[in-house]
Design a protein around this ligand. Structure first.
Ligand code: S3P
Length: 468
């Protein structure tokens, strides 16, 4: 792949975009298609009760581990968004019988660790980085060849972060120039265990190596530079796999088997985050978010909002299928700007688009550092958010690894481009609650990747938003 003017190669990985202001999101090369536009209007309220859709990370893993289990895995609360459906289709294409989703219910007829069959063609994983990176690890351990492809955005995302450690384990994986998809994975490789120290804090990389480790000889260990979401570890343990944790290191020995499970997927805290911010910034708001996963590796959004002065209460905390869950009560609050602690960045990695909206409303300055990973998500979330905020009249200055936002300004009417990034689109829908005119958000189809029914959920709690 030819890097465009805004692409740059760092640490051997193609990073999509140069992090300076001359490289605006409009130059960033995603093809514009005629697609859904949101018109988010000011003057809405935020009150009532809402159960947002199921957790994306857990839903992906339920398909993968359920498919490889011995026996029938039953899932409830499955997220039937496009990303998880891409994983579901891929496993069906490898011969796994999966019934549903029917109102979030799935029945997966597990085929066992060696039971997957060669698919008839490439596995198209759409927009889903999680599917591609986790499946790269799993496919490396199969007897048959696979090709993993994705959409325009996924085709620009860095994969060396998984192909390098998997290569050290003996996997044979070819990528496009620049280390991007498609990934051509040769079957029949004899994988051996590895002790891998991750250079970036990434749950996707950790999971990819651990999943390959299931098929490797000997012990596979991954050490992370900072805690990242641990759903893979919890779910492997839930399937009866022996996993050893020692501080930042997690190890397993290949050659074991997975038991079938019953999986209750909690509501996704990353989707709930939009409404936590919506309630925090809206005068008179009083919102309950039900049955939300509050795994401590995911709750950075709550910690950051509380540091900004948010009123967030966790009620009825309980454990469901190995994951902590709570109902979350959020009311309006006078937010203030903060320097976001870098230790919280991996624990809130998907929530920054909407946190930037909170920062724009908060009094004073908010500064984010240590978050260069945001530049290689579904879009360059630092640049695309900065462009959108500036279009709304907010003083937002991107830096190479974060952003500085001067808050307390209110949003002007504007048209913003989400660049096909679901979380950017939803963040600006929330911004309209504090705008003086309509915020028109372009290219919103991909909201369906993580939050089907988003517009309906907004309307149910009193937000004024239309889809055209
Ligand atoms: C995910 C891990 C995170 C996150 C992504 C889902 C997962 O990515 O951004 O949406 O399910 O493992 P990284 O681990 O690459 O930061």
């Amino acid at each position: 792949m030819e890097p465009d003017a805004c692409a740059v190669v760092e640490n051997g990985e193609m990073r999509k975009f140069r992090g300076d202001t001359s490289c605006t999101s409009s130059t960033k090369g995603y093809p514009m298609t005629a697609s859904t536009t949101f018109i988010a209007k000011p003057g809405g309220s935020v009150s009532g009760r809402l159960r947002v859709p199921g957790d994306k990370s857990i839903s992906h893993r339920s398909i993968m581990l359920g498919s490889l289990g011995n026996g029938i895995t039953r899932v409830s609360g499955f997220l039937d968004g496009d990303d998880c459906l891409a994983t579901l289709r891929a496993f069906r294409a490898m011969g796994v019988e999966i019934e549903g989703p029917d109102n979030g219910a799935l029945t997966i007829h597990g085929v066992g660790m060696q039971g997957l069959q060669a698919p008839h063609g490439p596995l198209d994983l759409g927009n889903s980085g999680t599917s591609m990176r986790l499946m790269a690890g799993l496919m490396a351990g199969q007897r048959f060849d696979t090709v993993l492809t994705g959409d325009a955005s996924l085709s620009q995302r860095p994969m060396r972060r998984v192909t390098i450690p998997l290569g050290q384990m003996g996997a044979k994986i070819e990528s496009a120039e620049g280390g991007t998809p498609p990934l051509k994975i040769s079957g029949g490789a004899k994988l051996k265990g590895v002790a891998y120290e991750m250079p970036v804090a990434s749950a996707q990389v950790k999971s990819s190596v651990l999943l390959a480790g299931l098929y490797a000889s000997g012990e596979t260990c991954v050490t992370e530079p900072a805690p990242t979401r641990d759903h893979t570890e919890r779910m492997l343990a839930g399937a009866g796999y022996d996993l050893r944790r020692d501080g930042s290191k997690v190890c397993l020995t290949g050659g074991g088997s997975l038991q079938a499970m019953t999986i209750d997927v909690p509501a996704d805290i990353s989707s709930a985050a939009f409404f936590m911010v919506a309630a925090s910034i809206t005068p008179g708001a009083d919102l309950w978010l039900e049955h939300v996963g509050i795994n401590p590796t995911r709750t950075g959004i709550i910690d950051i909002l509380r540091l900004m002065g948010a009123k967030i209460e966790l009620v009825n905390e309980r454990e469901v299928g190995g994951e902590p869950v709570a109902d979350i009560h959020v009311g309006a609050a006078a937010l203030r700007g903060i320097d976001i602690p870098e230790s919280l960045v991996p624990l809130a990695i998907d929530e920054f688009p909407v946190l930037f909206v909170a920062a724009a409303v908060a009094s004073g300055q908010t500064r984010l550092t240590g978050a260069e990973e945001l530049r290689v998500k579904e879009s360059d979330r630092i640049q695309v958010m900065a462009d959108g905020l500036v279009a709304c009249g907010i003083d937002a200055a991107p830096t190479h690894d974060g952003i500085v936002i001067q808050g307390g300004q209110g949003f002007q009417a504007a048209t913003v481009d989400s660049h096909g990034d679901h979380r950017i689109a939803m963040a600006f829908a929330v911004a309209a609650l504090r705008a003086v005119g309509d915020i028109v958000i372009r290219d919103c189809d991909n909201v369906n990747t993580s939050f089907p029914g988003f517009v309906g959920s907004c309307q149910r709690i009193g937000m004024n938003i239309e889809m055209v």
